[in-house]
Design a protein around this ligand. Structure first.
Ligand code: 13P
Length: 251
């Protein structure tokens, strides 16, 4: 299969009030026209609509950072997948480690959210990754298998509606990254696991690497086999560094 077009996604996490977020989106959108990768920014839910509207005529898509699995109801503080889509998102991040480990989100919950995202026509970016203790115990690949099996629905998963992001928990926001060999082993294992479940369709699913990706290390990380893009936190909050990573993906 031909190489997948790389996807560079910014996860703004709980950062940016409206004026700063719209300004950042404007700066990214204005400089994205010549890139050969796909670009996505995922602002907080409160500014998803103005950011999506700012990006409407650009090559950059907007995404949410989470959604509830239910269609509607008494879930104070949550947003449904349809609401995320209604605000202008094409994608939604699900099962980020900050939700799995900070808020106790389980594989089963992530799977339910993924189903909800698909039903709402969103592309689910399903995050998986081992903790430092799990890596030290030699459990990384087993953890990834378990998370994949538990977090992805049994039916309906395609390259058009699902992206998998490998984010080692210990690499997020720490400035530390796995070696290129470790990234290759993890991504190869994810691809093989997806192939066992989905057959040839597995080759159409983008696998993103996330965790301290910066302009300085993006080109080498993005050149690793089975790395089809990046999910970027801190470095996505600055247009210049986010665009530099996008340029590395295109090179
Ligand atoms: P950092 O790029 O800040 O390490 O965050 C990665 C991440 O969690 C993206 O979802």
């Amino acid at each position: 299969m031909a190489a997948l077009k790389k996807l560079i996604a910014g996860n703004w996490k709980m950062n940016m009030l409206a004026s700063a977020g719209v300004g950042l989106a404007r700066d990214i959108g204005a400089n994205a026209q010549d890139l050969t990768c796909e670009l996505l920014v995922c602002p907080p839910a409160t500014i998803l609509r103005p950011v999506a509207e700012t990006l409407a005529d650009t090559a950059v898509a907007a995404g949410g950072q989470d959604c509830h699995e239910a269609e509607s109801g008494a879930f104070t503080g949550d947003v449904s997948a349809a609401m995320v889509g209604d605000a202008g998102a094409s994608h939604v991040i699900l099962g980020h480690s900050e939700r799995r480990h900070g808020l106790g989100e389980t594989d089963a919950r992530v799977r339910a959210k993924t189903l909800a995202a698909h039903a709402a026509g969103l592309i689910a970016i399903v995050c998986i990754g081992e903790t430092e203790a799990e890596r030290d115990a030699g459990q990384t690949l087993d953890v990834l298998s378990t998370q994949l099996a538990g977090s992805l629905p049994d039916t309906g998963v395609t390259g058009a509606n699902t992206v998998v992001a490998y984010e080692p928990v210990w690499a997020i926001g720490t400035g530390r990254t796995p070696t290129l060999e470790e990234v290759e082993a993890a991504h190869g294992h994810i691809r093989t696991t997806l192939e066992a479940a989905l057959g040839a369709e597995a080759g159409a699913i983008r696998l993103l690497y996330g965790g301290s990706m910066k302009p300085e290390n993006a080109e080498t990380l993005l050149a690793v086999a089975n790395v089809d893009g990046g999910l970027i936190g801190g470095a996505s909050l600055d247009a210049e560094s986010f665009l530099a990573i996008a340029a590395a993906a295109a090179s």
